[in-house]
Write a protein that binds this ligand. Structure first.
Ligand code: NAP
Length: 250
C-alpha cells in the first residue's frame, strides 16, 4: 500500500511517538484521523496541521466510546484502509513490593487500567475497523505499537502482559484475515527518546541503559516511523513483529 493517498486512523496521536507518526504520515501524503484522549491535544493537532488532521476525542480503552466515535467517523465519510494502534500507557510496578508497609502485591486497579489501555484498546478499535473494512470490501493493514517489554520486563507485569497480548493478536488476526486482504504487523520499539521515556527514567538510569544497548543510544522517532512505513508499504509483511530496539535484549 502506498502511504501517499492512504486513509490512516491512528490512536493516541496527541503526544510522543503518535504525534511524530502523524507528522511524518501527513508529510508523506496520507490522510490522517486521530483518536486521542485529551480534547486540548485534539485541538492542538487540528491547529498544527491546519485542519489536515481530523482529531476525535475518545478513550480507546472504553468499548462504548470506541463504538460511538467510529460510527461518527464513518458517518463523516472517513473510511480507513490503515489503522495504527499506538495509544498506550507505560507502567512499572513489581509483582510484590517487599518494602511496602501496606499492600505488598501489585495493585489490581493498575493491572486493569494498564491492560485496558494497551490491550483492550487494540481489540476494541481493530474489531470495529476491520468489520468496516470487510463491509466496504477495503483491503488494508493494521499496525500495533507493541514493545520490547513483550519479551518479559522485570518490574512491568501488566505492561509486558498487555504487549505480549498485542503480539499474539497480531499473529492471530494475520492468519484470520490475510485471505481477505487485510494484513497485520506489530512494531516493537525498545527505549525511544520520548518525553514519556525521559519522565520514567532518571538521567543516571538512561546512562546505564545506553551501555546495555548495542548501538549505545536510545532509539529515535524516525526509526519507529521507518518501521511503520515499511510495514504499511510492503504488502507481503503479515503476522510479523518488527523489533526497533538497537539490538537490546532484556
Ligand atoms: P505517550 O507520550 O504517553 O503518548 C501516548 C499518547 O496516547 C498520548 O497522547 C495519550 O494521551 C494517548 N492515550 C493514552 N491512553 C489513551 C486512551 N485510553 N485513549 C486515547 N488515547 C490515549 O507515549 P509514547 O511513549 O509515545 O508511546 C506510544 C506507544 O508506543 C505506546 O503504545 C507505548 O506503549 C509504545 N512504546 C513506547 C516506547 C517509548 O520508548 N516511548 C517504547 C516501546 C513502546 P494522554 O497524554 O492525554 O494520556
Amino acid at each position: 500500500m502506498n502511504i501517499a493517498g492512504a486513509r490512516i486512523l491512528l490512536t493516541g496521536g496527541g503526544a510522543g511517538i503518535g504525534r511524530f507518526l502523524v507528522e511524518r504520515l501527513i508529510a508523506d501524503g496520507a490522510e490522517v484521523a486521530v483518536l486521542e484522549l485529551d480534547e486540548l491535544k485534539c485541538g492542538a493537532l487540528r491547529e498544527a496541521f491546519n485542519g489536515q488532521v481530523k482529531a476525535w476525542v475518545c478513550d480507546v480503552s472504553n468499548a462504548q466510546a470506541v463504538d460511538d466515535v467510529l460510527e461518527a467517523i464513518f458517518a463523516a465519510g472517513f473510511e480507513p484502509n490503515a489503522l495504527v494502534n499506538n495509544a498506550g500507557l507505560i507502567h512499572s510496578e513489581p509483582l510484590v513490593n517487599v518494602l511496602s508497609k501496606s499492600e505488598r502485591v501489585h495493585s489490581r486497579d493498575s493491572w486493569r487500567t494498564v491492560l485496558a489501555a494497551n490491550l483492550d484498546s487494540v481489540f476494541f478499535v481493530t474489531s470495529r475497523v476491520v468489520d468496516r473494512m470487510l463491509a466496504k470490501r477495503t483491503k488494508g493493514v493494521v499496525l500495533s505499537i507493541s514493545s520490547i517489554s513483550a519479551q518479559g520486563n522485570a518490574g512491568q507485569s501488566a505492561y509486558s502482559a498487555a504487549k505480549a497480548g498485542v503480539n499474539a493478536l497480531t499473529m492471530t488476526w494475520a492468519k484470520e484475515l490475510g485471505a481477505m486482504g487485510i494484513r497485520f504487523a506489530a512494531i516493537a520499539p525498545g527505549f525511544i527518546d520520548t518525553p514519556s521515556t525521559r519522565a520514567a527514567l532518571s538521567e543516571a538510569a538512561i546512562t546505564r541503559l545506553k551501555q546495555q544497548i548495542p548501538v549505545r543510544r536510545l532509539g529515535d522517532l524516525e526509526s519507529v516511523y521507518q518501521a511503520v512505513k515499511y510495514a504499511i508499504e510492503n504488502d507481503y509483511i503479515n503476522g510479523t513483529v518488527l523489533d526497533v530496539n538497537g539490538g537490546l535484549v532484556i
